[in-house]
Design a protein around this ligand. Structure first.
Ligand code: SAM
Length: 461
């Protein structure tokens, strides 16, 4: 891929403080996912500490004043009153500074309904118990972009997204993944972009916005032009369509011939986007065989969900933090899952997670494929081998974080306990508004399924 676009020096950036906050937001749960600027993180931490200090100073001064005033009275009264005031101030300050809900969440929800909305006392309290599995890579290589770059990209993308031709893209990508695809294509600057699964053409349009002059190959059974008869669709002028009668599955295309035809000699300059709901292990093997290196999967379904075997599912292993499950009905995990299920539509409780014989991997012990039109039971040993294989060819694994927290987007589908921290964290309404995200309809934030970017290469022997 071409070298990444140069970034504006941060000291000149109009949203520097926002970027700093976001840096922290992105790295809080999984700091290694992006290469963060440590200096900025340090500054943010200092800022936060100074805020706390101000409040501590206020508390100290108030107690001091009160004791000074009371010292004019007798020592017995002094002791009782000082103790009462101290206790009162202590309780008030503890409430203010220890209640995460009070500090972070936007004002439209009362604390009680807020607690209900988030599954009792918050988004992150159960996080440790469920956790977010992450695929291991060969040498721990990270993506080149930082959380600051992601935030800058978000600012740039919102007005672009507002001009999309297909406003209602039900069954296709919503805002989160549209941004993710745009950002990665824009950053990586490939010489050719290939998409598998175009539907009405929204993702083709997103790729075109990211790279205005780069050729696209679009593989999809039904040509997007067919949708034009019924409503909005997007057909690109610089795109070769393997669609309609010309449709050939990605795995059956002669890629070496096709690349020659497109003048591509270096396959590491090609970006492939899969949104075709096929078994991702199958797609990875096909891409690897052809020699491709940069892949994006739109639907990276969590264990127990979705219509195809995904990277998330493959890497959900007991030796990975946040990975591996127990089907024991009286476990903490079972209790947490049943509680969270009440609040998040896509959350799965232990009954849904575990199939007969307590098989939890994939979807209830099945490796699904092709929109779940085909599925195959797999043993735990096979599932384990699959993850070892993936780890052996994986150079980079990066999940796009959700764009914003659910108190901002009002999404109620994916469970935040199984996702990394959002780019715009709950409570940051000012930032949400400044980025223009409050102008978008809530429905566009509903489809987040952990879009993932991979860099792969043949196992070195
Ligand atoms: C979820 S839609 C894609 C949405 C689209 N990327 C968007 O953002 O609007 C899945 C698409 O995959 C197509 N599809 C089904 N089987 C496929 C295959 N084997 N290869 C490529 N596309 C396939 C479907 O016809 C459908 O258009």
């Amino acid at each position: 891929m071409s070298s990444p676009p140069s970034t504006t020096p941060t000291h000149r950036h109009p949203h520097l403080s926002t970027a700093m906050l976001l840096d922290r937001a992105l790295s809080a749960r999984r700091g290694s996912a992006v290469s963060d600027d440590e200096d900025d993180t340090a500054t943010t931490t200092t800022d936060d500490k100074s805020k706390t200090k101000k409040h501590q100073n206020f508390f100290f001064l108030a107690t001091n004043r009160a004791s000074h005033y009371l010292s004019r009275f007798g020592s017995g009264a002094y002791c009782v009153c000082a103790l009462a005031i101290f206790l009162f101030l202590f309780l008030v300050s503890s409430f203010l500074f220890s209640s995460r809900g009070f500090v972070c969440i936007s004002s439209s929800l009362s604390p009680v309904s807020r607690a209900g909305f988030f599954g009792f006392d918050g988004l992150e309290s159960d996080f440790g118990a469920l956790g977010v599995p992450w695929c291991r890579t060969k040498r721990g290589k990270k993506v080149e972009w930082t959380s600051k770059d992601v935030l800058k990209g978000l600012e740039e993308f919102v007005p672009i997204y507002e001009t999309r031709p297909i406003k209602n893209n039900m069954y296709g990508m919503g805002f989160d993944h549209s941004f993710g695809l745009w950002f990665m294509a824009h950053w990586l600057k490939p010489d050719l972009m290939i998409e598998s699964g175009a539907f009405k053409g929204h993702s083709t349009w997103v790729l075109r916005q990211a790279m205005p002059d780069t050729p696209i190959i679009s593989i999809t059974p039904r040509h997007p032009e067919k949708y034009l008869k019924k409503g909005p669709a997007y057909v690109d002028g610089n795109c070769t369509y393997y669609a309609g009668k010309d449709f050939v599955d990605f795995g059956n295309i002669d890629w070496s011939k096709t690349m020659k035809k497109h003048g591509i000699s270096d396959l590491s300059q090609v970006l492939i986007f899969f949104d075709d709901h096929q078994n991702e292990l199958k797609r990875i093997k096909q891409a690897l065989k052809a020699g491709f290196r940069h892949l994006v999967f739109e639907d990276n379904y969590d264990t127990g969900t979705g219509d195809h075997y995904s990277l998330r599912q493959i890497c959900d292993q007991s030796y990975i933090s946040g990975g591996g499950h127990s089907c024991f009905r009286d476990s903490d995990e079972a209790r947490i899952r049943s509680r969270r299920k009440k609040f998040w539509e896509k959350a799965v409780d232990i009954e849904e997670l575990c199939g007969p014989g307590d098989q939890w991997w994939g979807v209830r012990g099945y490796m699904r494929d092709n929109f779940n039109h085909s599925n195959k039971p797999i043993s735990y040993a096979e599932h384990f081998d699959n993850s070892r294989f993936v780890e052996s060819i994986l150079d980079v694994y990066w999940e796009l974080p959700p764009i914003a927290g659910p108190s901002l987007t009002h999404q109620t589908r994916y469970d935040p306990a199984r996702a990394t921290s959002p780019i715009v964290e709950d409570g940051r309404f000012g930032l949400f508004q400044r980025l223009g995200l409050s102008r978008l309809d809530n429905s566009v934030f509903n489809g987040y399924t952990q879009m993932v970017y991979l860099q792969i290469s043949e196992e070195s022997r």
